[in-house]
Design a protein around this ligand. Structure first.
Ligand SMILES: Cc1cc2nc3c(=O)[nH]c(=O)nc-3n(C[C@H](O)[C@H](O)[C@H](O)COP(=O)(O)OP(=O)(O)OC[C@H]3O[C@@H](n4cnc5c(N)ncnc54)[C@H](O)[C@@H]3O)c2cc1C
Length: 439
């Protein structure tokens, strides 16, 4: 029996039924037992980025999932951006030293470059837009802090941040309840469905298999490898890559139990908005943007004119909880973008991000399980970092080493959350506290 932290509704088709993104073509059904070099559990950005170099190096690879891009990778906001950790600079420096902190910041930048290179190499048309990413100050205090952070950001990422003062926001096409902006010229927006479809096809082209209808229910040691049970099929593999992030279970691999906290994020997409509507709203920018709140809003006007708007999702999981989260999402969209909110936005969906006690992701070997590797906990910024960590796991599986930047931050094993399978109930007081101080 698979044990997961949320009710079954969260893992059903319902939360993604109205997702805007095209669904990648399904993989072949797992209709026979397989013996492969490497089994990859999870067909999201992490799993597919791991599978691709493995297949290219001649390893036999089977990616297993209930459907390709079923998880967050097929339903995110498409911000290919810096991030992955929630830990502050001070916390990172305390735990990993100043050099370790800087190594992490540079890895964030490498992660964006990794996706950019991959998209170029595979000639993927992913509806790319936005020149880096823009953070919008939600208060005068946030604007002051933003200005004070600019020099540090320039040093960390080796780029020049652009500051937009409050009085220039309208002229920059970013009118709204914002008190200034900081743009870092790193990152871009993409269509996650197209990115995932391209990745899955590349894995197949390299000789790997991507299987749908292949939910792994159990995993056990078998000889010098592992035997995975997916329905009535068995897959034996010398090595296993676990790429389940917020959709992981507490029962498949005991080590993983309690080390990730799934939390929901929700998104809506409008019909294509006209330039006249954009001018009336005062938001003519094509930058991908987010607010400086802890509980941030993220949004971008896409190449086809549609507006995408996202924020935290429901704490619970049921049709009623989804409906309440959708109502809140629409209210907040209307309060920030009243003109845009008059347009139909039939597409609304939600999915799991994953959080860590360390406030940072993990990527590396699974202790006590030779040949098993995992990467997870990207704190809602996994498009770039998950892609990077997947490729990093492939390096480790191939040779035990990586030529990529591999900071201590990613090597630190996160402690378990208290509360076991009930740990999600910790989110309610944590959210309440964060909202009380998020001003
Ligand atoms: C609404 C939303 C908006 C987001 N917006 C952004 C954004 O704009 N930018 C950004 O960087 N990040 C964003 N994120 C986060 C980002 O999508 C994730 O960090 C990233 O996709 C994680 O990728 P992954 O491959 O590790 O996991 P996932 O894409 O979640 O994939 C895990 C897969 O594992 C599979 N799985 C689990 N258990 C099993 C099993 N036992 N057997 C077989 N398969 C299994 C699941 O079905 C799932 O497909 C967002 C997330 C959400 C939910």
């Amino acid at each position: 029996m698979i044990r997961r932290p949320y009710p079954d509704h969260a893992y059903s088709e319902a939360p993604r039924a109205r997702c805007h993104w095209p669904r990648p073509p399904e993989g072949a059904a797992l209709d026979r037992d397989l013996a492969v070099d490497v089994a990859v559990i999870g067909a999201g950005v992490t799993g597919l980025n791991a599978a691709l170099p493995l297949a290219r190096k001649g390893r036999s690879v089977a990616v297993l999932d209930r459907s390709v891009a079923f998880g967050a990778s097929g339903r995110n906001g498409g911000f290919c951006c810096l991030g992955g950790a929630k830990a502050s600079d001070a916390r990172l420096a305390r735990r990993h030293g100043e050099a370790g902190r800087l190594d992490w910041r540079r890895t964030e930048k490498d992660a964006v470059a990794h996706v950019e290179a991959l998209i170029g190499e595979l000639s993927l048309d992913v509806d790319r837009h936005s020149e880096g990413e823009t953070m919008l100050a939600h208060s005068p205090r946030a604007w002051r802090e933003m200005q004070a952070s600019a020099d540090g950001l320039a040093r960390d990422y080796g780029v020049t941040p652009e500051l937009t003062p409050p009085e220039q926001m309208a002229q920059a096409g970013m009118a709204g309840p914002f008190h200034g902006a900081l743009t870092l010229p790193i990152g871009f927006g993409l269509n996650p469905g197209k990115y995932l479809a391209g990745l899955a096809q590349a894995v197949r082209d390299a000789g790997g298999a991507v299987h749908a209808g292949a939910d792994v229910q159990a995993m056990a040691r078998a000889g010098d490898g592992y035997r995975l049970q997916a329905g009535d099929r068995q897959v034996t593999a010398r090595q296993v890559i676990v790429a389940t992030n917020g959709y992981g279970s507490d029962s498949l691999i005991p080590w993983l139990a309690g080390r990730f906290m799934p939390a929901q994020s929700a998104v809506l997409v409008t019909r294509p908005l006209t330039e006249a509507e954009a001018a009336e709203q005062g938001w003519t920018s094509r930058q991908m943007a987010y607010t400086s709140r802890d509980f941030l809003h993220y949004f971008r006007r896409m190449p086809d004119g549609r507006m995408l708007f996202g924020m935290r999702g429901a704490l619970g999981s049921s049709p009623a909880a989804d409906a309440r989260a959708e109502a809140r999402l629409r209210r907040q969209f209307a309060s920030m973008f009243p003109v845009f909110a008059k347009a139909e936005a039939p597409q609304v969906w939600s999915g799991f991000v994953a959080l860590s006690t360390s406030l940072a992701p993990y990527a590396g070997p699974v202790p006590g399980m030779p040949g098993v590797f995992a990467a997870f906990n990207y704190h809602g910024n996994g498009v770039a970092m998950g892609s990077y960590c997947g490729a990093l796991l492939a390096d480790l599986a191939l040779s035990g080493r990586t030529g990529r930047r591999y900071p201590d931050v990613l090597k630190s094993v996160p402690a378990r959350f208290p509360g076991g399978r009930w740990r999600r109930h910790l989110l309610r007081p944590a959210y309440a506290l964060a909202m009380a101080t998020d001003w």
